[in-house]
Design a protein around this ligand. Sequence first.
Ligand code: AP5
Length: 185
Amino acid sequence: MFIVFIGPPGAGKGTQATRLVDYLGIAHLSTGDTLRAAIEQQTQLGRRASDFMQRGELVPDEVVNGIVAERIEQPDCARGCLFDGYPRTIAQAEALDKTLDKRDTPLDLVLDLKVPDDELSRRMLARKREDDTPETIANRLQVFRSQTEPLLDYYEERGLIVSLDGLGTPEAVFERIKSCVDARK
Ligand code: AP5
């Protein structure tokens, strides 16, 4: 299966993605994790992405589209892939469509994880990642509303969206996700 995970920062995409890829036996493609690894290894990609991430802004589309186009050619993506935190703009969604069309592996499902803003902030402030300061969190939320939320309409028109309540224990949220995925298999 090819699945997109959409949700605001702190919604639990990464937490649930780990469980879901184990359950389905598909690859996990997190653009955020890839970019953080590049920053840690001080690669050219990391140097390019670092300032954007610290400000809570999106890294340019062509950079993340390049990451995904390269990663999806790896053998572990043949059976399917969970896109975690990608796409985040309409331009990225169009690029993903093109990439998947070329491979004849269209998207099966888009999971939209809903969590209220006060809970998102509480979760992120408790975690203390480098981009989890109050100012950066506020900007990441604003960027999500303005640039990523329009994707819900984009995928709704194609009947791919399933919205889920992201509140409750991680186990309870995963049970909801599993039911959606099982219904689409
Ligand atoms: P990215 O790494 O994708 O971060 P994000 O979208 O801001 O999401 P988070 O990782 O903060 O949260 P999450 O939803 O994965 O939740 P998590 O499971 O960690 O992106 C970071 C940056 O990279 C972006 O700002 C941008 O600059 C750049 N970037 C990445 N992708 C890009 C793209 N496609 N285009 C352009 N730029 C891009 O959970 C959060 C916390 O809550 C954890 O501590 C967790 O333990 C806890 N938690 C999880 N579930 C629950 C629960 N049910 N109850 C209580 N606590 C919970």
